[in-house]
Design a protein. Structure first.
Length: 227
């Protein structure tokens, strides 16, 4: 399941949602339930994918080369940006505002809603919609407790959590648009990327990972309707 934190895995939230309903994802869910006693009720409470805010636009892979970028200390993030020549810098959210302001880092990445809430847009005026990693959010419970429920109640629980997830994802999307507009009103310039170029670089992430069998990324994308 860790592949879902991979960069540029899906084109949009519709594909991610389609995968969450796929037979392949269902198989993963059952494996997790049987082997880890963890029953996923829904994993479709999607937030907007993560973008980069900084002192310059980063619309091509080459533009990130040599950039000091605030990243969380997580392998998926570090491995995503290493092929792009980024210098990863580990800072807390609270430290990042000052680091952007003082030039300790050139940019920082997070979801647009988190960027706006942290007010990074006050000290960095270029938001690049990289959409590199999409947060998969949701709810789970112990499988033993789940299996003690009646079949009817199991179905109701899963259906309601998934329906609520679709509503939450839409609220996140609406809030993202509102916050991006507010950043624009505050003088931030918004830039789009060459998605195909970034996706090509990201293939190194999937090909070199020891965690997944060759071809898994293609199987996942096919299950999401990405041909």
């Amino acid at each position: 399941m860790g592949i879902l934190s991979g960069p540029w895995l899906f084109d949009d939230v519709e594909q991610a949602n389609e995968f969450s309903k796929s037979e392949l994802f269902g198989e993963w869910t059952e494996t997790l339930a049987s082997e880890a006693n963890l029953r996923i009720l829904a994993l479709n409470w999607f937030d907007a994918p993560r973008d980069i805010i900084g002192n310059a636009p980063y619309t091509t892979p080459e533009s990130l080369n040599g950039t000091k970028l605030r990243l969380p200390p997580l392998d998926a993030w570090v491995q995503t940006f290493s092929p792009l020549g980024v210098t990863p810098t580990n800072l807390t959210y609270g430290e990042t505002y000052g680091a952007l302001q003082q030039g300790v880092v050139d940019g920082a990445e997070s979801s647009p809603n988190a960027i706006y809430a942290a007010k990074w847009h006050e000290v960095a005026k270029h938001l690049t919609r990289t959409g590199h990693i999409r947060p998969w959010l949701g709810y789970a419970m112990g499988n033993d407790a789940f299996m003690n429920l009646s079949k009817e109640h199991q179905q109701i629980l899963v259906e309601e959590f998934q329906a609520a997830g679709e509503e939450a994802a839409q609220r996140h999307a609406d809030l993202t648009e509102e916050n991006i507009q507010a950043m624009k009103d505050g003088g931030v310039q918004v830039h789009e990327i060459d998605v195909a170029a970034f996706r090509e670089i990201a293939e190194e992430f999937y090909a070199n990972s020891p965690n997944w069998e060759p071809g898994l990324v293609d199987e996942v994308r096919a299950a999401a309707g990405d041909s």
